[in-house]
Design a binder for this molecule. Sequence first.
Ligand code: PRE
Length: 360
Amino acid sequence: MEKQLEQLRAQIDALDEQILKLLNERAKLAQAVGHVKGGSLIYRPEREAQVLRRLSEANAGPLPNEAVRLLFQEVMSACRALERSLTVAFLGPEGTFSEAAVIKQFGHAVVRLPAESIDEVFRQVERGEAGYGVVPVENSTEGAVSRTLDLLMQTPLKVCGEVMLRVRQQLLRRADTEGGPEGLDGIERVYSHAQSLAQCHEWLNRHLPKAERIPVVSNAEAARLAAQDPKAAAVAGEVAAERYGLAIVARDIEDEPGNTTRFLVLGPEDAAPSGRDKTSLVLSAQNRPGALLDLIAPFSEAGIGLNRLESRPARSGAWEYVFFIDIDGHRSEPRVAAVLDRVRANATLFKVLGSYPVAV
Ligand SMILES: O=C(O)C(=O)C[C@]1(C(=O)O)C=C[C@@H](O)C=C1
């Protein structure tokens, strides 16, 4: 057996050297691309999406596509960092799902800048303190993040990407609590972000009906508080458990098994076409019956899929609404551009938030 192991490991060593050589060749090409680009934007979300999609299609296994995606996102992250270092702002503190979304989209070779609020993420990118920002926009269980929608209306920034993150909530508690970390005994308080509490509403009703639910600014803050209080637990992600040294006493406690949060990437420009894109818009119609349906009719007439419609009060105090709409396609495709012109002509407010690749 020893002999066999040795032989196999020698083969792995030889392959690792080849992979390393190839990776460095790739890195040199990325550096050359960086020189060709000159002073223009280094981060090209459409190209990164194309690379990841192509490799998923080419993948013959046994590595699953998810692993291939992760590995190559890190390869591109490292290559990109050779061209220029990127700073990405997100809703902090460290250990939140927003940080996990940054890593999923940009890899580890970026500077991650935790911000205190969604407003602050927008401001940091607007002021140029961060090149990009990542903000949550909707959750499959809880719906829209209204603060993000309100800020999107005003910002000069563009949406240049989206990230889909499967959100798994854990119940965390100090490992040294009475009865050991296995039980729920003695939990009088549960801290978490209001959205996470809502996502685990049924589970908490069933397992901790008497515990007080205390909403705090973030899941990471909840974990920090639970680490100081033996009678408390926190609902948060696995990264928060690691960061605050807490035990996971119940796993995957979200009520919806497919619980997913969608994040948007904000930057100075939107993305070029990648072949599979979305466009986000905000518009408003006159305040009369049927006005919205008339306004969006051109999309279905042109066969353009409308995959999200969210309304927010226009803050005019007159029961007027603005509508956030995501459509299939890139704003530069002639078919899409023609319909956008038609819709713009009839809208009282019209803003293209950006076109970007569908999440990979
Ligand atoms: O193709 C480019 O424009 C590159 O800079 C190379 C590369 C890559 O490593 O593949 C790196 C950064 C970009 O965001 C996209 C792709």
